[in-house]
Design a binder for this molecule. Structure first.
Ligand code: AMP
Length: 281
């Protein structure tokens, strides 16, 4: 089937009403400027669904920094070609009025607990509320069976799991591993904003994650975090956090008992581009 592009929620619902059989719908929400990480999600969705829908919507309510929003890369023509080439069935390309018909000022506030107060929640106030607002609206419109998201945004995956438990327990979240450049740099739309010099510095995030993975030992974790921060600082990064958390509960871990499963997470700026990455240990 040739990819169909819908810009209006109503047209999309009509399309589903006209389907004679109940399809298994796999949904990949994105903000566009697509790369191989997004394409991997589409491929995973294709394996498990009859209809794969990708959405492209740069959601203003999840940007705590207006400049980050204004500078967010857009490459719609290439995105459409990539999605067609990958065999995506439907592209949902809503305008802001379609997602927020009553405006963006009085939107629902979701109880996502302590996830909102640590790491991305702490450094990007309001970010996860925006993510919940857009995802719950998209789910209402698309009614997917499964939603595919990247481990690249690990804390976001936990937030969405919590959201689904509260509001749409029938939607299953599939978390897909992070796709990386051969250098180790996690693919990200924001990488498009890095110049060549910054791109080679950016590899330091992956090096810092690997350093922690390979040198961690039971006991206090301060020293290892400081050493990883030093690797980043040497490569011109301005650090928001280098942190270790329990991989299941996401509680911050300062002393490791040697058994607990951990995840290490980094957020740091190169110039005005903020990059995040993580690794399960
Ligand atoms: P974004 O367009 O950045 O909002 O991302 C859309 C989805 O793609 C999210 O679920 C991300 O976690 C996922 N994603 C972004 N980068 C990668 C990557 N390098 N590997 C796998 N998934 C990714």
């Amino acid at each position: 089937m040739k990819m169909i592009i819908f810009k209006h929620a109503k047209e999309l619902s009509n399309f589903f009403h006209l389907q004679k059989v109940k399809n298994k719908i796999g949904f990949v929400p994105t903000m566009g400027a697509l790369h191989d990480g997004h394409i991997f999600l589409i491929e995973q969705a294709k394996k498990k669904s009859n209809i794969v829908i990708c959405s492209i919507f740069v959601n203003p309510t999840q940007f705590n920094d207006v400049n980050d929003y204004k500078k967010y890369p857009v490459s719609l023509e290439e995105d459409i070609k990539l999605l067609e080439f990958t065999g995506t069935d439907i592209l949902f390309l809503p305008g802001i009025d379609e997602i927020y018909p009553t405006g963006t000022t009085e939107l629902e506030i979701y109880d996502i607990g302590f996830l909102e107060t640590i790491l991305e929640g702490k450094f990007r106030p309001g970010h996860f509320q925006g993510v919940c607002q857009v995802v719950s609206r998209l789910i209402k419109i698309i009614q997917p069976d499964e939603m595919f998201m990247g481990q690249k945004d690990l804390q976001q995956c936990l937030v969405i799991k919590r959201l689904l438990n509260m509001t749409d327990p029938s939607v299953h979240l599939v978390i897909c591993p992070t796709v990386r450049e051969p250098s180790g740099l996690a693919m990200s739309s924001r990488n498009k904003r890095l110049n060549e010099g910054q791109k080679s510095s950016a590899i330091a995030i992956h090096r810092a994650l690997l350093y922690i993975k390979n040198s961690i030992s039971p006991g206090q974790l301060d020293q290892i975090k400081n050493n990883a921060a030093f690797i980043l600082a040497q490569n011109n990064f301005k650090i928001d956090y280098v942190e270790l958390v329990d991989a299941e509960t996401f509680e911050i871990v300062s002393t490791w008992n040697g058994k607990q499963k951990l995840a290490v997470l980094i957020a740091a700026f190169l110039g005005d581009v903020r990059l995040i990455d993580n690794m399960l240990l």
